[in-house]
Write a protein that binds this ligand. Structure first.
Ligand SMILES: NC(=O)c1ccc[n+]([C@@H]2O[C@H](COP(=O)([O-])OP(=O)(O)OC[C@H]3O[C@@H](n4cnc5c(N)ncnc54)[C@H](O)[C@@H]3O)[C@@H](O)[C@H]2O)c1
Length: 365
């Protein structure tokens, strides 16, 4: 049997999902958890006591990093702390699984690339929406060529997420709807068009966000074009009422190709395709039988099945001597696309991703 990777989890809000994933995996052993809140550490230990035979917690990240049994750190702290916590993990000789967004800007990109070169730890970005069942099926169909030549991509992430602004750190400098939320839609677009070069878009800050004393845009529409002229449209709306996910999936990715089309989304476990022989109406593939696998806790606001899929994929890649993706370089390139998006909103101009990378002296090829 393949060996088990030993995990330490930092941040126990969303970190709860990777705890569940590790405890249910043949590839992982949960060794230690850490949160500044001792009450939350104890709550998680109580919650998983039936599954976790040797529970261990600490309120000190340094202490968890000094535990030589821990090989991989799962980082689920507020967005603004990711760069610092990744650096600390790499310097302690650990591999890293970091939730999205990898970072809140490119400011620390070269620093992390440098630390990674020195330490050779693996950094994997937990872009969860790549790992939802319909997204996995869509990727498989794409790689099998069922769409023919890719013509265009449409992605969105639309959700009324004003509830998120009740978190203290979401109203602090460094939080933005774009980096925290829209990154899911951007990541899906660049997964299929990895060489995005030209970026144009508009953004708008509604009264609903201003009410929280935040002045970051909450509504966006973008066109991203790659070096071969293929384009994606990417949109996001975060502080306005929605139609609800029965009518409009929160996250959606449509791939249009010369031979077929598909649409995958979240949170409904539905996948639509129209491949050759083309029909008048798309075929629905319903994966609702996997609902309990993906959504293990109350409601649908934690989605541990995606974390299960990505940590098992991480382990499989390491076993094969491959680097799990998206890695640090891919994550940084996605952030460069997002910096270009921000710049386009502010300037009203088309922005080149290569100019963003050159200006910051970031070399990732
Ligand atoms: N789909 C997804 O992948 C997904 C979904 C939700 C949240 N997230 C990401 O997960 C991260 C956490 O979000 P959340 O909703 O759980 O936030 P949260 O505020 O509920 O949890 C963050 C936790 O980190 C702890 N923490 C902060 N600094 C710490 C430190 N120095 N040492 C130890 N613990 C520390 C806090 O005490 C808190 O319990 C964010 O980056 C968010 O973007 C990802």
């Amino acid at each position: 049997m393949a060996r088990k990777y030993k995990l330490g989890v930092l941040g126990l809000g969303e970190g709860r999902s990777i705890m569940s994933a590790a405890l249910q995996s043949e590839n992982w052993e949960l060794v230690e958890i850490c949160d500044l809140s001792e009450t939350l550490c104890q709550k998680r230990i109580e919650e998983f006591k039936g599954e976790w035979s040797n529970p261990l917690y600490t309120v000190s990240y340094e202490e968890m990093l000094s535990n030589s049994d821990v090989e991989v750190i799962g980082i689920y702290t507020p967005d603004q702390l990711h760069a610092k916590h990744i650096k600390m993990a790499l310097e302690a000789g650990k591999h890293v699984i970091c939730t999205k967004p990898l970072m809140i800007s490119l400011d620390d990109a070269n620093l992390l690339l440098d630390v990674q070169r020195r330490t050779s730890g693996v950094v994997f970005v937990g872009q969860s929406s790549r790992y939802f069942e319909p997204a996995l099926q869509q990727r498989k169909d794409f790689l099998e060529g069922r769409h023919g030549e890719l013509a265009t991509i449409e992605t969105h992430y639309i959700s009324d997420s004003r509830w998120f602004l009740n978190k203290d750190w979401s109203r602090c400098s460094g939080f933005s709807w774009m980096y925290n939320f829209m990154i899911h839609a951007v990541d899906l677009a660049v997964w299929y068009l990895p060489q995005i070069e030209d970026v144009y878009g508009v953004g708008f800050t509604s009264e609903n966000t201003l009410e929280y004393n935040l002045s970051v845009p909450d509504t966006f529409k973008f066109i991203l074009k790659d070096k071969n002229g293929k384009c994606a449209s990417v949109s996001g709306v975060y502080a306005e009422p929605t139609l609800g996910s029965d009518v409009e999936q929160s996250i959606s990715c449509t791939i249009r190709g010369t031979k077929g089309i598909s649409r995958a989304g979240y949170p409904k476990l539905k996948y639509y395709t129209n491949f050759e022989p083309i029909q008048k109406t798309a075929q629905l593939h319903d994966y609702n039988d996997k609902h309990e696998y993906y959504f293990r806790f109350e409601a649908e606001n934690h989605h541990a099945g995606e974390y299960q899929n990505y940590i098992d994929d991480f382990a499989l890649c390491l076993n094969k001597g491959e680097i799990p993706k998206p890695d640090l370089k891919e994550g940084i390139r996605t952030l460069a696309v997002m910096e270009a998006m921000n710049e386009s909103v502010n300037s009203g101009k088309v922005i080149k991703v290569s100019d963003v990378l050159n200006r910051r002296n970031i070399v990732i090829n």
